[in-house]
Write a protein that binds this ligand. Structure first.
Ligand code: AHM
Ligand code: MG
Length: 339
């Protein structure tokens, strides 16, 4: 049986193009990949191994954690803390920066992650995934990393990726040279390059939004969705389809595969709660934006490019509108026009 290019081979090949690199990055990605395999396995066995349902804990956002949120967070930390490639980690499930135990060497990378995006889907056998973002620790920083070290705009990411645990397990990755997708071959336990150079079509006839919040939407979002729903009889002169998986990672993956636009916009309900959005900038907005832009799409808050935002906190939220270029440009124009 011929074996295709493994994710490790792919990263090594990429690294060979760059002079004077140490191999640290390849080793780090290897550990991230192993962590994703372990999480994939826990998700797959579900009720058989008693990992479904809620834990008796809340995270910093006040959300009740699923048992799998906690398991995935621990698996990711354990796999990535020991080898000397990262300086510190941060995640959706931990209030503060995670400092490495004293016995482990410190590396130059900062790793931010959402261990299990869409975790409410676990109980209904829906798709979930892990999102990660890698930055360098700021030049000249010494001592244990602080939250400030992490607060870099998305444009400073050196790598972003996600592992999707659906009918197959996939890892989709960018290091700033396009986007590649790898599928886990369960027979040999390796992620194999199956979706090289993924590109999002510029136009689409599909949108993804939680329409139950319609009454809270701002006029530009309302206008865009109303025009889509009006279909052939409306100003767009074409029918649209709608999909909402309840996991951003699954919705954005579909968009990477066949185009579309994903919206979790600012709305009146979020404003009333003094929230700047629902999704989190550092481990949802930024990594998914990097991937979408590298695949030829766009990612905006409606008024600003997401990756240009200067983060002010690890768990900062932001509005998210991403996907097919022409659709995102249209929604941004509607925001500019204020309607
Ligand atoms: P999570 O990281 O706690 O799972 O939350 C993020 C998820 C996204 O994956 C998804 O798009 C969104 O929350 C769904 O929110 P809602 O239930 O408001 O539709
Ligand atoms: Mg999430």
């Amino acid at each position: 049986m011929p074996i295709g290019t493994t994710i490790t081979e792919y990263i090594i090949e990429e690294q060979r193009q760059i002079q004077g690199v140490s191999g640290d990055f390849t080793a780090l990605i290897n550990d991230v990949v192993i962590a994703c395999k372990a999480i994939s396995s826990a998700v797959r066995y579900g009720s058989l191994v008693g990992v479904l349902g809620t834990a008796d804990t809340e995270n910093i956002q006040g959300e009740t954690q699923k048992k799998l949120d906690v398991i995935a967070n621990n698996l990711f930390i354990k796999r990535n803390e020991w080898a000397g490639h990262v300086a510190a980690l941060a995640s959706e499930e931990m209030t503060d920066v995670y400092h490495l135990p004293a016995q482990y060497p410190r590396g130059k990378y900062l790793l931010v992650f959402d261990p299990l995006d869409g975790s409410s889907n676990t109980d209904v056998c829906g798709a979930v995934g892990t999102i990660f973002s890698i930055m360098r620790r700021p030049e000249g920083a010494t001592g244990e990393p602080t939250e400030d070290d992490f607060l870099q705009p998305g444009t400073r990411q050196v790598c972003a990726g996600y592992a999707l645990y659906g009918p197959s397990s996939m890892i989709v990755l960018t290091t700033g040279h396009g986007v590649n997708g790898f599928t886990l071959d369960q027979r040999i336990g390796e992620y194999i390059l199956t979706n090289p150079d993924m590109k999002i079509p510029a136009d689409t006839q599909e949108f993804s939004i939680n329409a139950s919040y319609m009454r809270f939407w701002d006029p530009p979002v309302r206008r865009y969705i109303d025009e889509c729903i009006a279909g052939k009889e409306g100003p767009r002169n074409k029918d649209f389809n709608m999909r909402w998986a309840g996991a951003m990672i699954a919705d954005v993956h579909r968009i990477l595969c066949r185009g579309g636009v994903f919206l979790y916009p600012m709305d009146r309900k979020l404003r009333t709660k003094s929230q700047e959005g629902k999704l989190r900038l550092m481990y949802e907005g930024n990594p998914m934006s990097f991937i979408v832009e590298q695949a030829g799409g766009l990612a905006s808050t409606g008024t600003q490019r997401i990756m240009d935002l200067q983060p002010t906190g690890l768990h900062q939220r932001c509005p998210v509108i991403m996907g097919s270029r022409n659709e995102v440009e249209r929604i941004v124009a509607y925001h500019r026009e204020g309607e």
